[in-house]
Each structure stands twice: as C-alpha cells, then as structure tokens.
Design a protein around this ligand. Structure first.
Ligand SMILES: *Cc1c(COP(=O)(O)O)cnc(C)c1O
Length: 369
C-alpha cells in the first residue's frame, strides 16, 4: 500500500458546477480583481470574523503587504521565530526591515513569550508570530505585549486557516493576518494565492493600493506598488472549497488524535497545544530518534512522509549576511529541524491508509529504539 500526501480529487468531489464557473471567468476575459475575487474576499473575511480581506498572489506577498501597510519600513525590527519557513523572514527583509529571531517553546514549539519580551527594543516595530503546523501561538499574551509596547501584531497564518484561540480565529488578533492558499495548505488554490485579513479600514485600503501597482483609481499611482492580485480563477476555486474547510479541519483533528494515541510509548514526541487552542494540523510533525532512518523506513513502506524545513531558517545560506543567529543560537528550533518527520495527514485520508502509516511507524520506531 502507498500513502500519499494530498487528495485533491477528494477536495473537489461533487462540485459539478465548478467547471462552468471557471469557464465563465475565461469567457469574461479581463476579470482582474473582478466580482469573483470580491466574493471570495467577503466570504473569507466573514469566515474568520474579520472586517476586510484582500486577495493577493501568495502568502509571501500577503506578509510583505501587511507589514508595509502596518507601517513597517527600513530600519525597523520585526520579531519572529526561528522555527518558520523562509517566506516569513524574506518578507521582512524585502521591506528593508530587520528580522529579529527568537526561539520557540520546548513543549508547544510556539514562539517563546519570554524571548519575545527580552527582544523588544527601541527599534522594534512589529511582532510576527507564526502558527506553524496549524498549531496556534499564544495570541492573548502576544496581543498584550504588542499593546503595552505599541507594536504592530501581524500573524503568519499561512498554515492555520480556521485555527482558533479561545474561540477566536487566528489572523484576527492583531492588525493583520496573512494567509497562503498554496496547493499544500489547508485551503488550497490550484496554484499560488494568498490573502490579508484585517479589521482596520486603512490597512485594507493600503493593501488594496499596494497590490495594484500603487494605484488609487485608474492611472493615479499614489505609492510605489507591487503587482500581486488574487486571480479570479483561483478565487472561484477557493470560493468552492471554503464551505468545506470546517469539515476538512475536523477530519484533520480526528486523524491527529489517532496518531497521537498511536504514538504513546513509541518515543515519538509531538508539540503540545497552548490552553484553549484549536489547532488545524496543517502538518503532523513528530520528533523521533534517528530521524533519517525513520524517514527512510517509512518511505520504504510506501508512506510519503516528509521532512519539512530540515535547516532552521537562520542557518539558510540566503540569510548568511543578515546575521540572524549562529549554530546553537536557537536550540529548540534547531532540534526540531534535525529530528522531525511529518506524517501524511490530509482530508480524505482513509482509516486503512492511516493504519498503514501507524504500522510502518511502529516498526520503524522499534528499529531505532
Ligand atoms: C507557505 C507559507 C508561507 C508563504 O506562502 P506562499 O503562498 O507559498 O508564498 C509563509 N509562511 C509560512 C509559515 C508558510 O507555511
């Protein structure tokens, strides 16, 4: 038996009208930022309990535009975590701002509040927590820190569509929340796409202008802009899928609970959740002894397990000149990068497929014990 990583056919099953809706956009010709985009933006804002949503071309662009709209610029410092994907740090650098990394907690793998507090200085402009794996960061405490220190709070929710803390959706705790709809994410377009959500009218307007080459109205370019708009075809696909997101996230939670039970006694370690968090298990990372041996054993048994982010972000060659931290600077993040393997977990995964993964994992873990 082989177990893959996604089931796109399952996500799109029973949507006979989707083809017609897509052809409608094609026949309409020039639908750039047309009604299909507006419609998705409205439903995604509503889903999250936010006032506004602006669709852009990727999660990376969502971060860049949200940071810019929040007033972050050259010389400003933005505090984020070492346990993240390249895009979080790249977005900060593209503005000419300085990423200041902190480590994550050893138990939850979420941003360390103590280290955030210690890193806040005169040049700090923003906090940028990342809800890695769909596991929410401690948003109440971070919002408190941002408030007391007069900082913009922006959430990288690229892996956490629908996750919540205390019943409030991630992405809504600060000035803006940034999402990716890359095909790998919990809400997936058929290519690159992203969005910014916010309750702040000025931020929404700024993102609107920035994504559209700095134009307010036609041919009046107010600021130096970007060209990064959510495509109408992607908006149609996202609108068709959004009503299914809750059910998919529930499936993810059920699969995660089964894995959690199956890991008891094996020596595999998974991140804990902060109190009142509702995670959405974008990925299911497990820290294991002899990771590469375990990975090879899983793959040998037809399980498409994968190592995400095998090099902690501060140790990537791209950031060598940026002085983000040496080897050993962020021991928890570095250990996650070294020891973690992600098990297949996706909506549409069958019980048989999951049982096969569990069997393969149990035998791999016995071998390295
Ligand atoms: C995917 C991802 C991004 C970037 O999103 P793209 O749409 O690929 O640009 C940013 N941050 C995190 C944590 C991600 O997982």
């Amino acid at each position: 038996m082989t177990v893959g990583r996604y089931d796109y056919a399952y996500q799109l099953h029973d949507l006979p009208e989707l083809g017609d809706a897509l052809m409608e956009v094609v026949h309409a010709g020039g639908e750039v930022l047309g009604p299909k985009v507006a419609q998705f933006e409205e439903s995604f804002a509503h889903y999250n309990g936010a006032q506004y949503c602006r669709g852009v071309n990727s999660g990376t662009d969502a971060l860049t535009l949200a940071l810019t709209a929040a007033g972050v610029g050259p010389g400003d410092e933005v505090i984020t975590q070492a346990n993240t994907f390249h895009a979080t740090v790249a977005a900060i650098l593209h503005l000419g701002a300085k990423p200041v990394l902190v480590d994550v907690e050893a138990d939850s793998w979420t941003i360390s509040l103590e280290q955030v507090e210690a890193a806040i200085g005169a040049r700090t402009a923003a906090l940028l927590p990342v809800h890695m794996y769909g596991n929410p960061s401690p948003m109440g405490r971070l919002a408190g820190l941002a408030g007391t220190n007069g900082l913009a709070l922006i959430e990288d929710a690229a892996q956490a569509h629908g996750a919540a803390v205390d019943g409030q959706r991630v992405g809504t705790f600060g000035v803006a929340g940034c999402f990716s709809f890359h095909p790998s994410k919990n809400l997936a377009a058929a290519g690159d796409a992203g969005a910014v959500i916010t309750d702040d009218h000025t931020v929404a307007e700024q993102v609107d202008v920035l994504r559209n080459l700095g134009q307010r109205g036609q041919n009046h370019h107010e600021v130096v802009g970007f060209n990064t708009k959510l495509d109408s075809l992607q908006a149609v696909i996202l609108s068709a899928k959004l009503p299914r997101l809750e059910q998919w996230n529930a499936e993810r939670r059920r699969l995660a609970a089964t894995y959690r039970d199956a890991l008891v006694g094996t020596g595999g370690v998974i991140p804990s959740e902060i109190p009142s968090a509702e995670p959405v298990h974008h990925l299911f990372p497990v820290a294991v002894p002899e990771r590469d041996v375990v990975l090879a054993a899983l793959r040998e048994q037809g399980v498409d397990a994968v190592v995400r982010y095998p090099t902690a972000v501060h140790l990537q060659p791209a950031f060598e000149k940026n002085d983000l931290g040496r080897v050993g600077a962020f021991p928890v993040s570095e250990s996650i990068a070294r020891n973690t393997v992600c098990l297949p977990l996706f909506p549409g995964m069958t019980d048989d497929a999951q049982a096969h993964v569990v069997g393969a994992l149990h035998s791999a873990m016995r071998d390295v014990a």
